[in-house]
Design a protein around this ligand. Structure first.
Ligand code: CA
Ligand code: CA
Ligand code: CA
Ligand code: CA
Length: 338
């Protein structure tokens, strides 16, 4: 009886605290390689403010796009002609390339396959193409050419069962392909947008595109590719829709937050601005190992509450008993990695 009563007391207390703290401890960031200072920078995905101006140092070679691949961060190095692999704490783990890669830019992870934009022909690389790798093993999976369609591919964005490929030189500014590299036609090609680098979805499901030479960020209709609106963004490279409605964008001066209400941009980080992408840090408390600390982990601790023994997965702190201390670890990491 006593243990049951204790259980329900704990459950009530737990839910009360949970309601107060849910969402407050999410550990998702926007990450960006700083290609001037060669380091990885973290921003708040809600506001765009800098969270960490040096998570860890990068190898150089003009790091352009950092992408989370499981528990690693993979960074395309444009002049390094390789994709360097890093642990979440900055240990160098190796690289894809330089064999088969030359002058690479943006990347995408699609159904376990890494898609890398490639422009050059050194190192046996295929010229204007998307080069593919198995993201689990790093094994090369061949390439498809984008020559004549996206002659200098710079960015790649999955859109359903298709991909959009941006290009530094027309035609096209942005071309649509299927996942096997078959052309699905022009997505956008005009004089209002030139030398397109990163693309991203905006809050309405339309396409943001950074125009490096047209000095703007444009919003393109997802279906028609028509320009819906744009704002001034000199030498724009990276772009990301923030949760508060503003837009984080980057150029050679650093990172800026554009506020659509005022029509102005504010510099939030000074350095070599490049592509922006999400990073979800894994943390303690993910008992079932699915990468996310949530209700499932919480329930697992609750139902094991009071158990003693070695090697209990719910005994997060490893002291041989499942108790309040373990609950707290799950609680204070709740929402992380989700
Ligand atoms: Ca090269
Ligand atoms: Ca153009
Ligand atoms: Ca979990
Ligand atoms: Ca314990």
């Amino acid at each position: 009886m006593e243990s049951q009563r204790s259980f329900w007391l704990h459950l009530g207390w737990l839910l009360a605290v949970l309601l107060a703290f849910t969402g407050a401890f999410g550990q998702t960031y926007v990450m960006m390689p700083d290609s001037t200072n060669n380091r990885l920078v973290l921003f708040d995905p809600e506001t765009g403010s800098v969270v960490n101006n040096n998570l860890f140092g990068l190898a150089g070679g003009t790091p352009l796009h950092a992408l989370q691949v499981g528990n690693e961060i993979w960074v395309s190095e444009q002049l390094g002609d390789r994709v360097s692999r890093w642990s979440l704490t900055g240990d160098f783990l190796g690289a894809l390339g330089p064999s088969g890669l030359d002058n690479i830019r943006g990347m995408a992870l699609i159904d376990g396959v890494l898609y890398v934009t490639n422009a050059g022909t050194a190192n046996g690389a295929p010229g204007a193409a998307i080069v593919k790798f198995d993201a689990s093993t790093g094994t090369p999976l061949g390439f498809f050419s984008t020559a004549g369609l996206a002659p200098s591919p710079f960015g790649i964005l999955r859109d359903g069962e298709t991909i959009l490929v941006s290009s530094a030189s027309a035609n096209d500014d942005i071309h649509r392909f299927d996942l096997n590299g078959n052309s699905l036609g022009t997505f956008h090609n005009s004089t209002a947008l030139n030398f397109v680098e990163q693309m991203a979805f905006d809050a309405d499901g339309n396409i943001l595109a950074a125009g490096f030479s047209s000095n703007n960020v444009v919003v393109l209709d997802r279906d028609t590719g028509a320009i819906l609106r744009s704002f001034s963004a000199p030498g724009a490279r990276g772009v990301f829709q923030l949760r508060n409605g503003n837009i984080l964008w980057t150029n050679s001066s650093g990172a800026h937050v554009y506020n659509p209400s005022t029509g102005t941009s504010t510099l939030v980080y000074a350095g070599g601005g490049r592509y922006l992408d999400l990073l979800a840090l894994r943390v303690e408390g993910d008992i079932n190992g699915d990468g996310c600390v949530d209700d499932a982990d919480l329930l697992q601790v609750l139902f094991a509450f009071g158990q003693t023994g070695a090697e209990l997965p719910e005994d997060v702190n490893g002291d041989g008993v499942v108790d309040d201390a373990d609950l707290l670890v799950v609680l204070f990491n709740f929402g992380q990695g989700c």
